[in-house]
Design a binder for this molecule. Structure first.
Ligand code: PLA
Length: 475
């Protein structure tokens, strides 16, 4: 094995020693007898382990080359020698691997980003028109710390409904955030600051970044049951039991609609029961609403869980994202709102949310907020938007049908009904990690290792290929 030593760390035999082994390969030693060689091949990552004598030989070579290189770099290296490479993000890392693959048939059903039936990213017509209208604007000033007030006013009307009492009573504290992620993170920091002893209950499974967000905000988390792999549906009794057994006054993270990754939402009746139990237990509901409009194609209908809890008098918090439903992914436009008991309380809460934002990013970006408020404040543009959201949701539904149809046509013995039962952007396929790895390695199909398929990346052009690949690995 030709070791072309490239130093990344001075100390021999630490995790962070990464050497180039031969072109395209990286060699990492975790101990003297355990060397992992990673080869990036057609975007996929192939790990092979060296053991025993070969590992020891390679380990000694790594140590020698590190010592040599260490001497060479002694005067400059060292400040960050304790820093080891971060693990790949389970979702965004899939996009990186997909981009590195040069195979003509490759398919990306990893990240939840909407594509049209040609597989191309979409700029909504309502967004183009809004951009045309704001193009001549000379206003490039800083927004206030809490962002555009016009934007947040329209965003909370979308979440809670135009006629909501909490809005008329001015009891909602709202700030513009760095999309849905920023909304969750701002809330987690707020929770830590003003309820420092509290925990957060997170559904199993959930969007992987939820765990990171509350961990980095230093809020301890617990899990509650949500999905039943046996039925590929909601584990309603498990959920209710866990909600009941949590200490009174606990914080719960709920997905408002189109649950990620499962595509399984409680029914209206079930939401009502959950809300009642939350009342009895005095729990705090935080709704992450990243997909309003993507579940049913109707933004009002998708606000149903929020409305049920609100009408039951809960003081909920809600994180909104306009990444998916307006296709404003890179604009990072979202909103965090917190229902308060009085207008005075809401002024105080808003001021504290702004206070948390100030030393982090000072104030949020202007352009996306301008686009959203231009659309939501103009009845014609808003109608056009509703139509376009429905088109996106309908295309996804038709791809669910096409995927199931093709799997059944291929003679798959497995039951694929959940593909059409689940809603929103994702299909939680039930494929194992090993099957996912085969899909990527043998068929150049990229998805997260939990078997989640982003239906937004499926098209009439690739659905047969995808179905065939899924069938082959699940036979
Ligand atoms: N909340 C949930 C439940 C999400 O699925 C996502 C995005 C967000 C919040 C954050 O979105 P935003 O910050 O872009 O508004 N989930 C994606 C992308 C679409 C991602 O992982 O960042 C996903 O593929 O799961």
């Amino acid at each position: 094995m030709a070791l072309k030593s490239v130093l990344t760390c001075r100390t021999p035999f630490t995790l962070s020693k990464v050497l180039e082994v031969s072109s395209g390969e990286r060699c990492q030693s975790t101990s003297a007898s355990n060397i992992v060689v990673q080869k990036v091949e057609r975007g996929g990552r192939i790990d092979r382990k060296l053991e025993g004598g070969r590992a020891a030989m390679a380990g000694r070579a790594i140590a020698r080359s590190n010592m040599r290189a260490g001497k060479r770099f002694m005067s400059t290296a060292g400040w960050w020698s304790h820093v080891t490479p971060a693990p790949r993000d389970p979702i965004l890392g899939v996009t990186e691997a997909f981009l590195a693959d040069t195979h003509p048939s490759k398919v990306n059903v990893g990240v939840g980003a909407y594509r049209n039936d040609k597989g191309k990213p979409v700029v909504l017509q309502c967004v183009r028109e809004a951009e045309r209208r704001i193009a001549g604007s000379k206003f490039m000033e800083y927004l206030p710390m809490g962002g555009s007030v016009k934007f947040t006013e329209f965003a909370i009307r979308l979440a809670y409904g135009d006629e909501a009492d909490v809005l008329n009573d001015k009891r909602v504290a709202s700030v513009q955030t760095l999309s849905g992620t920023g909304a969750c993170r701002l809330f987690a920091d707020f929770q830590k600051r003003f309820k420092p002893e509290s925990l957060v209950y997170i559904p199993i499974p959930t969007w992987s970044n939820h765990h990171n967000i509350w961990r980095d905000a230093r809020v301890e988390s617990r899990l509650f049951r949500y999905y039943d792999p046996a039925t590929k549906g909601l584990d309603f009794s498990g959920l209710m039991e866990d909600v009941k057994n949590a200490p009174s006054g606990s914080f719960f993270l709920l997905h408002a609609c189109a649950h990620n990754p499962t595509g399984v939402d409680p029914s209206e009746e079930q939401w009502k029961e959950i809300s009642q139990l939350f009342k009895e237990k005095g729990h705090f509901p935080l709704f992450d609403m990243a997909y309003q409009g993507f579940a049913s194609g109707d933004t009002e209908k998708d606000g149903q869980a929020i409305r049920i809890f609100m009408n039951d008098g809960h003081q909920i918090a809600c994180g909104q994202s306009f990444a998916k439903n307006m296709g404003l992914y890179g604009q990072r436009v979202g909103c965090l709102s917190v229902i308060c008991s009085t207008p005075q309380e809401s002024v105080a809460v808003k001021s504290q949310l702004q206070q948390i934002a100030r030393p982090m990013y000072s104030n949020p970006p202007l352009h996306g907020a301008e686009i959203v408020s231009t659309i939501l404040s103009d009845p014609e543009l808003k109608d056009l938007w509703h139509k376009e959201v429905k088109e996106m949701a309908d295309r996804i539904i038709s791809m669910r049908e096409a995927l199931r149809f093709n799997l059944e046509k291929l003679g798959s013995k497995l039951n694929w009904q959940h593909v059409t039962d689940q809603i929103g952007m994702f299909c939680y396929s039930g494929l194992t990690e090993e099957q996912v790895d085969r899909l990527t390695r043998e068929f150049h199909v990229y998805l997260t290792r939990n078997g989640r398929i982003s239906m937004a990346g499926v098209t009439t052009g690739n659905v047969e290929y995808l179905a065939n690949a899924v069938h082959e690995v699940s036979k």
